[in-house]
Design a binder for this molecule. Structure first.
Ligand code: FA5
Length: 338
């Protein structure tokens, strides 16, 4: 077979077989087979040196034409292959704009939502919301609340002191003191916030927890007023009629002081240990005259009540959470239940 025929055959074979190359690797192999340094065209052209000058020129030109034809067939095939690969990928990745998204939206922490609920109920009863600092003076946390320096009641709340003689407030009652000095009676405030105690944690005690202080100052405030406000508030939180019971309780800043219990919902509620009909909920009382005086309010003209609600305990009660320590672990399996 002369070289020209061999080149023509090679062209036909190369152009026929390029159609079945369905991957980049196959295309490369095809290229090397026909046009590579050790490929078929090179092999054929080794015979050029034996040809007469005219035939050599003719055959060389034909070889160049065939090389160019095969190369441009390769360029087309590569482009086509890339287009096909992209199309296949897009089909596999089809995007459905109407497909429901996985539920990854966040929500409020149960303590936060409970705080907002408490705020809403009390503002509905004419209470203002007050805030106070977490680092307090001894005076605001104890002194003006009728704790004398050596008062044994200071030991009721183990205190975390700062090196400069201040403290992390042990209760939100410090905001009572600030309210009395800031507002003119009559007034009603609640003060939600974090409080801190130097104490061991267990299922019902944290060293950092949340309280909501309440204080109402007006003329001739009685225990009956206190009971009414508490019953109204608690019935709305628990979404059922709540009965309350007062037992004597001691705090130096109230006189008389009480522990307020609520009646249990014995049908609906999770049963607790020692299944009594009453559940201890919050301490409260009528504001001690010494506290009014220390706050710049004349106890002969004004009286009031105050209460201190444990927000974490309220959340635990409402949702039947048995361990307060779940609350701030950041455990999503716990938090996503609310
Ligand atoms: C007080 O802190 C008083 N200041 C409350 C008060 C205010 C009384 C106004 C009278 C008038 P007590 O230490 O009992 O009181 O705490 C109040 C509430 O905070 C408790 O009923 C409880 O719900 C919650 N609490 C107390 N200690 C902890 C704790 N370590 N962890 C979680 N909650 C706690």
């Amino acid at each position: 077979m002369d070289l020209l025929t061999a080149i023509t055959n090679l062209e036909r074979e190369a152009l026929d077989s390029i159609g079945v190359c369905d991957s980049k690797v196959a295309l490369e192999e095809h290229y090397h087979r026909f046009l590579g340094k050790k490929g078929e065209l090179t092999a054929i052209l080794r015979g050029l040196k034996d040809l007469a000058p005219e035939a050599r020129r003719q055959t060389g030109e034909e070889a160049n034409r065939v090389r160019a034809a095969i190369e441009s067939a390769h360029a087309r095939a590569r482009t086509e292959l890339e287009r096909r690969l992209i199309e296949e990928r897009l089909q596999g990745e089809s995007y459905d704009a109407l497909r429901p998204l996985p539920d990854l939206t966040g929500h409020l922490h149960p303590i936060t939502s409970m705080q907002m609920e408490v705020e809403q109920i009390f503002t509905g009863m004419g209470f203002q919301i007050m805030d106070g600092p977490e680092i307090e003076t001894d005076e605001n946390n104890f002194g003006r609340l009728n704790f004398s320096d050596d008062h044994p009641a200071r030991d009721m709340q183990d205190t975390i002191w700062t090196t400069d003689g201040n403290l992390l407030r042990t209760h939100t009652s410090s905001v009572q003191v600030r309210a009395m000095r800031l507002l003119r009676p009559p007034f009603r405030i609640i003060a939600p916030g974090r409080v801190f105690r130097y104490e061991e944690t267990d299922a019902t005690h944290e060293s950092t927890f949340h309280q909501v202080e309440g204080m109402l100052i007006d003329r001739e405030v009685s225990v009956a007023n206190l009971i009414h406000v508490m019953k109204t508030f608690l019935s709305r939180v628990f979404e059922r009629p709540i009965e309350v019971r007062l037992r004597p309780g001691y705090f130096p800043f109230v006189e008389p002081g009480f522990e307020l219990d609520i009646n249990r919902n014995l049908e609906g509620e999770r049963r607790f240990e020692g299944d009594a009909a009453w559940l201890e909920l919050l301490p409260c009382g009528l504001v001690h005259p010494n506290v009014l005086s220390a706050g710049g309010i004349d106890p002969k003209q004004w009286s009031g009540f105050a209460f201190g609600l444990g927000l974490d305990r309220l959340v635990m009660m409402k949702y039947g959470i048995e361990d307060i320590r779940h609350m701030f672990t950041g455990n999503l399996r716990f938090l996503s239940q609310f």
